[in-house]
Design a protein around this ligand. Structure first.
Ligand code: AMP
Length: 190
């Protein structure tokens, strides 16, 4: 059975960088997908679907459920390794429930853990506005992305806590420290 790890965290929490490094250190067994990167790839392809996606990303809003679910389900089913890390999912109650329904009716993939990278809003703001790498990195969009992240967070935490799969990690340290802790946690579960 393949093992799935989800990483959630505020914009600027470092979740994509952390997961990238862990996958890079373990190319024999771990593959990583960033939900945001998968969606941006679709935008870059210039497809009709990409144009729709762009309208949501550029405002910091969530891309519609059906698009996001099919994006990550495709990535999971094509994953070439036995351990899959996806960051940036779920970002809503409906995404969480949709994945739960999909996982319930199959036996190929097991959700092992949901890792929440915790950073304060101040640290997240400094990191995002400091790095400003794209059109969605300005103050208004940041504020919207932050509130979109925080709105369902308590319910997402309690759902995964009840399922005994929630793991929190302090994201306000150096990348090396965070990656070391996250990597040893992942490895202890595979
Ligand atoms: P990220 O790179 O994770 O910060 O994501 C960038 C943008 O991609 C977000 O602001 C959303 O517009 C979109 N996005 C990423 N993940 C999701 C998701 N799980 N559901 C809906 N939209 C998403």
């Amino acid at each position: 059975m393949k093992k799935l790890f989800l990483i959630i965290g505020a914009p600027g929490s470092g979740k994509t960088t952390d997961a990238q490094l862990i996958a890079k250190n373990n190319t024999d067994c771990i593959v990583h997908y960033s939900t945001g990167d998968l969606l941006r790839e679709e935008v870059a392809s210039g497809s009709e679907q990409g144009k729709i996606i762009d309208g949501f990303i550029s405002k910091g809003n969530l891309v519609p459920l059906d698009i996001v679910v099919s994006t990550i389900v495709n990535a999971i089913s094509k994953a070439p390794k036995d351990v899959i890390i996806i960051d940036g999912y779920p970002r809503s109650i409906e995404q969480m429930k949709a994945l739960d329904e999909k996982l319930k009716v199959q036996t190929q993939v097991q959700l092992v853990s949901v890792i929440e990278v915790q950073v304060s809003e101040e640290v997240a703001r400094e990191r995002v506005l400091g790095r400003a790498r794209g059109a969605d990195d300005n103050v208004e969009v940041f504020n919207n992305r932050m509130s979109v992240y925080l709105t369902p967070l308590k319910e997402i935490e309690s759902f995964y806590q009840k399922a005994n799969v929630l793991q929190t990690i302090n994201g306000e340290r150096s990348i090396e420290e965070i990656v070391a802790e996250m990597e040893s946690f992942v490895k202890s579960k595979i």
